[in-house]
Every structure is written in structure tokens, then in C-alpha cells.
Write a protein that binds this ligand. Sequence first.
Ligand code: ZN
Length: 156
Amino acid sequence: MPSWKIHLIFDLIFVIVFASFLIKNVLINNIFLLIFLVFFNILATLFPDIDTPKSKIRKYISLTLALIFGGYLITNFSLKSIFSLVISSFLFYLIIRFFPTKHRGVTHTFLFGIILSIILTFVLWFLFEISLNQLGVSFLIILWGYLSHLILDKIT
Ligand SMILES: [Zn+2]
């Protein structure tokens, strides 16, 4: 299994070429859109390995979800004891982080990549008023992130 760094490098080599082409042809003229796009591309290229507890992406997503869960507990149940709040968030983290999942399963499929790319492109569309051209280009760049992961997994 190639490490997350190898996946990132393989992905970014092409993204840099794409991005400079897009900027040169004024297809993407909003720097914030570009930053989000690159961020979503990186998320897409690291996402498939969420199915293995050893991965960095699993670690960070578990942590983010545990923090959201903790925040939810604070706002909805007004847990008076900080201790029980910390314990429940930590347990939640451990379950998400180490729950056994089949590596190279559903998150390593083309279909899943398409679905995730559509969702992330939709978020971009929601955040920025982007044209149809930009929508298409954004979708392709995010999808590339995902596909680059699958390709690299296949050839290694
Ligand atoms: Zn993988």
C-alpha cells in the first residue's frame, strides 16, 4: 500500500499542471475557489484509505468527528461533568478510528469516487457562484484526485 505521501505527490504533479493551465486560460480566476479546489482534490486523493485504521486520513477524520460529537453533547445534553464528556468523546473516537473495515473495499471503487466528487463539487457550487464550465472543471480535478489514488494502488 503506497503511503499517503506517495499518493499526494502522484496526485499533485498533475494538479499543478491542471491548475496552471486553468489560471492561464482564466477558467479559474478566484483564488479562494482555487484553494478550496486543491484542498478537495487532496481530500479526494487521501480519502480511499479511510478504510484502514492505520491511515492518516482515518486518524484525522475520526478526530474531527469526535470533536463534532463532543460539541453536539455539550450543546444538546448540557453534560455537567467535563469528565464524562471527554470519556464519551474519546470512546467515540476509538470506535470510529479502530472499527474493523475491509481495506480496498467500497471506498476503492470508481463509483464511490464519482459520488464523493459530485458531493464535493456541490459544496464548491454552494460556496462560490461558479459557472457551468468551472463546475465541470472542478468536478474533473476532484475526480482526478480520487482516480490517481486508485491508479497508484493498482500499479503498485
Ligand atoms: Zn488505497
